[in-house]
Design a protein around this ligand. Structure first.
Ligand SMILES: Nc1ncnc2c1ncn2[C@@H]1O[C@H](COP(=O)(O)OP(=O)(O)OP(=O)(O)O)[C@@H](O)[C@H]1O
Ligand SMILES: [Mg+2]
Length: 299
């Protein structure tokens, strides 16, 4: 198994926030909702009007994924599959224990990193596949890297509507952008077109309502957001305040400690932040692979 290392010590005491208000509580730093708007705009009410069965079916390019080094669904015993079994466990445990540990929206997980190329998309897709392969877990993978989307490219899927279209046009409803893949437990929402106000769209009330509704209404669904780099664009920091759990991917022996510290500071309002060391050199020596993972460290 990969080298296990908790690279960081978080300044001050963070820990989990127990707010005691249950599912309906409002996460900190998010302005209170206007209940009227919420009622007219909620996934629930819109689905009641438009129905939820219109999910489009898409086929994942499994061969391409395996060729690009992602988890191969035909090789459940691969080292990578084993590593992601370890990586997903604390995240899933946090969801299952959410009623007791007080994590709001624990089923929403953001995968972020400080800089480009540290492995966010690689981790997002593999984590989604690993969890979706469990019989009783449903996963919704959302490409929220709206500046440089690559999830759908990696999965070999085309869609003309995604998150951006949903956020910019309130006539677009959830089921319009929800893609059902040929892996029964895996659904997908693509990033959509590039938009010059994508940051504003992601920080909009509509995005907040989307996160709130998906978390509350689909408690059995684990939602994984791929995101842009924290220190390059502002979107990841905005998204981090919508989710219950954040995974900070760190390119081991590449990303300087000072850079990691800067990211940690940007995530200081999040309930749960875990670090994931990617591409640890030790694994090259031991296994002859180019990359591997470290274990999470709670900050
Ligand atoms: N552990 C790993 N094993 C094998 N390949 C990896 C690993 N981590 C990342 N890669 C590869 O490294 C490259 C960069 O990874 P990825 O695209 O996931 O980074 P990213 O953080 O999403 O980048 P960006 O910020 O540009 O979106 C990709 O080709 C990816 O397949
Ligand atoms: Mg990426």
């Amino acid at each position: 198994m990969s080298i296990i290392e908790n690279a960081l010590k978080k300044a001050g005491s963070q820990g989990l926030v127990v707010d005691g208000h249950g599912q309906d509580s409002v996460i900190k730093n998010i302005p209170p909702r206007d209940s009227g708007e919420r009622n007219s705009d909620s996934v629930e009410s819109r689905e009641a009007v438009y129905g939820f069965s219109a999910e489009q079916q898409v086929i994942v390019d499994w061969v391409g994924l395996a060729e690009n080094g992602f988890i191969d669904n035909n090789n459940a015993k691969s080292q990578l599959a084993e590593e992601f079994r370890v990586i997903k466990r604390p995240l899933v445990n946090n969801i299952q224990g959410a009623e007791n540990n007080g994590i709001n929206r624990s089923n929403l997980i953001l995968i972020c990193s400080s800089l480009p190329g540290e492995g966010k998309t690689f981790v997002s897709i593999n984590l989604a596949l690993s969890i979706a392969n469990e019989r009783d877990k449903k996963v919704l993978l959302i490409d929220a890297d709206v500046e440089k989307p690559s999830v759908s490219k990696q999965l070999g899927i085309n869609s003309d509507r995604g998150l951006i279209e949903y956020l910019e046009d309130d006539k677009v409803i959830f089921s319009d952008i929800l893609l059902k893949t040929d892996l029964p437990n895996l659904s997908l929402i693509t990033a959509g077109k590039r938009h010059k106000y994508s940051t504003e769209l992601l920080s909009s009330q509509r995005m907040y309502l989307f996160a709130e509704e998906v978390s509350r209404r689909y408690k059995d669904r684990i939602v994984i957001f791929d995101s842009p780099p924290l220190l390059v664009a502002t979107q990841a920091q905005i998204l981090a305040e919508l989710v219950g759990q954040v995974v900070l991917v760190i390119a081991a022996e590449v990303t300087p400690q000072s850079v990691v510290n800067e990211s940690v500071a940007k995530l200081s309002n999040c309930d749960v932040v875990m670090t994931l060391l990617n591409k640890t050199r030790k694994e090259i020596d031991i296994y002859g692979h180019n990359y591997s993972y470290g274990k999470y460290g709670h900050l």
